[in-house]
Design a protein around this ligand. Structure first.
Ligand code: DGL
Length: 272
């Protein structure tokens, strides 16, 4: 048994998709979340900058005495898969869990991957999928506009701007006849309905944050490191920009009670 919190980070809101799943499958765990809202997006930046930001995020979380860190960010997981080594902590990214789920889900061996520009450029999902099954054909596309749409709350089913962007990005993938699509950026599951509409029935969508949460749960179980204390767990959120916008959107995703405890930190001064 290990009562220390689970640390989760992302460039912004996207990692909340992992938190949502963790709250469902491990309800009495304590979660500490860092959203780098002052520096989002990561996906348009250089490898060096992404590595630097991710190392700072991990150092900040590890100052909270966490037992595990989840990089709930497709960009960090793809571009800096070994960044967890900056601290001696178990580290889980989203690429391998999501690729395993996609390899298991596809029937026709045609898998799509969407993500940030840095993620798609890294080829990380292609490599992971081919390691699992060399016969899988991978069709990739970067969708950078999806990130600001989500950060600005434009992700609802009937949002015209999101629907137009989704059709524009996803029609070529649909035409490739894929039967499985990895939402390779953790922001993208917030656009689930819009993406589902653009891809049509018969395409299985893979939620990266959700798959990473299941991998984390399995690892904690295997190491006998779950929190077995009585009572509900908790969520504490830290952001590097103002709390209002984050709290409002986190409230939509997780419920307002879950997203009460949000604080702002100066990531540059706390994490060097
Ligand atoms: N949620 C992130 C990802 O999975 C972030 C997108 C970004 O910051 O560009 O890639």
């Amino acid at each position: 048994m290990d009562n220390r919190p689970i640390g989760v980070f992302d460039s912004g809101l996207g990692g909340l998709t992992a938190v949502k799943e963790l709250r469902t499958i491990l309800p009495n765990e304590r979660i500490v979340y860092f959203g780098d809202t002052g520096r989002v997006p990561y996906g348009t930046r250089s490898v060096k900058t992404i590595e630097k930001y991710a190392a700072q995020d991990i150092r900040f979380l590890s100052s909270m005495d966490i037992k595990l860190v989840i990089a709930a960010c497709g960009t960090v997981s793809s571009v800096a898969p070994h960044i967890g080594m900056v601290m001696a902590l178990p580290f889980i990214g989203v690429v391998n869990p999501a690729s395993k789920a996609a390899a298991a889900a596809t029937k026709n061996g045609r898998v799509g991957v969407i993500g940030t520009t840095a993620t798609i450029k890294s080829g990380a999902y292609d490599k992971a999928l081919h390691t699992l099954n060399p016969d899988i054909q991978v069709f990739s596309r970067d969708c950078p506009l999806f990130v600001p749409l989500v950060e600005n709350g434009w992700f609802r089913k009937d949002d015209e701007v999101a629907r137009i962007a989704a059709r524009r990005y996803l029609t070529p993938l649909r035409e490739q006849g894929i039967d499985t699509l990895i939402l390779g950026c953790t922001h993208f599951p917030l656009l689930w309905d819009v993406i589902h509409e653009a891809m049509g029935e018969g395409v299985t969508l893979i939620n990266t944050g959700c798959e990473a949460a299941h991998t984390a749960a399995a690892l904690l179980r295997e190491r006998d490191a779950l929190n077995e204390e009585e009572g509900p767990g908790s969520c504490r959120f830290f952001v590097s920009d103002s709390i209002e916008g984050f709290q409002r959107l986190a409230g939509i995703l997780l419920g307002s009670e879950e997203s009460q405890d949000v604080r702002q930190v100066d990531i540059d001064s706390t994490a060097c």
